[in-house]
Write a protein that binds this ligand. Structure first.
Ligand code: APR
Length: 249
């Protein structure tokens, strides 16, 4: 205590608000295929052929089979979180509510890497949804196109996935976060699918510093202030370390 009554206060650095968007590239090194780096075919069906409401209406068994195959990879531990997922979980520990993690991925590798708050804008493989009430349920192996929905007993259960032509989830919340972002980073996404592809523009208009982390510069490259080029498992942990050092030490 000083004689003038003032106390010394520890200096608290304010953390910038960080909005992160991830895509299939962050899970590639875990062993999951990206959408646009291969032939895009599954059992000779294009992804567009099985990931639409029309496909589910015309051939629900085929659509269930498609997602069952993807879910099996997660369940049998054929794939696990990589260094990039773990690094983002570490950043969340430091940033708390000042960090918003939005993913287009339907895998649960952010959660298995330790992230606690993830906005799955394209849905989740490990969840089912009633197409009538929109209530969601943990996926059960017994679910198929004949299952009575646990909430209404109708055959209204479907994979909790946002298909082509449907509106992604949490859009109001995401838009609001983008409008107050200080830093926006897009990791492992090609920038081909809207509305996610437009997030960089929104964040930039709000004054955020924009960063792209990818194997190669993507289609919206001019909108990014900074490019981190390389494998997600290398560039993301380094960016996280640098960011923590810059703002918290
Ligand atoms: N590290 C970093 N980036 C990588 C890596 C890696 N190891 N491997 C691939 N990439 C990059 C690719 O270069 C590409 O730019 O990740 C990007 C993956 O792009 P897409 O396959 O188009 O995936 P994504 O952007 O997530 O697709 C968006 O499209 O079909 C829909 O709903 C689906 O959510 C998906 C959406």
């Amino acid at each position: 205590r000083f004689s003038n009554g003032l106390k010394t206060m520890p200096q608290i650095k304010t953390l910038p608000k960080i909005v992160i968007l991830t895509g299939a590239g962050i899970s590639a090194e875990s062993g999951l295929k990206t959408f646009r780096d291969n032939d895009g075919l599954w059992e000779n069906h294009s992804v567009e052929e099985v990931a639409t409401p029309q496909a589910f209406e015309n051939n629900p068994e085929l659509v269930y089979r498609f997602y069952n195959a993807r879910r099996a990879q997660l369940k049998d531990n054929q794939v696990s979180a990589n260094k990039a997922h773990h690094a983002l979980a570490t950043l969340e520990q430091h940033w708390k509510e000042q960090l918003v993690l939005v993913t287009q991925n339907v895998d649960n590798l952010h959660e298995s890497g330790g992230s606690e708050r993830v906005l799955h804008m394209h849905g989740e493989l490990l969840s089912a949804r009633c197409s009538f009430s929109q209530q969601t349920f943990q996926w059960s192996e017994s679910f198929d196109s004949n299952t009575a929905c646990p909430c209404c007993s109708n055959k209204t259960l479907r994979p909790d996935i946002v298909w082509f032509g449907e509106m992604p989830m949490y859009m109001d919340e995401i838009m609001s976060h983008l409008s107050t972002a200080d830093i926006f980073i897009a990791i492992g996404t090609s920038g081909n699918v809207y509305p996610a592809a437009g997030f960089v523009q929104l964040a930039k208009s709000a004054g955020a510093h924009t960063i792209e982390a990818n194997l190669e510069p993507g289609s919206s490259n001019a909108l990014f202030d900074e490019s981190l080029t390389g494998l997600a498992s290398e560039v993301v942990p380094k960016w996280v370390d640098d960011t923590i050092a810059q703002y918290t030490k």
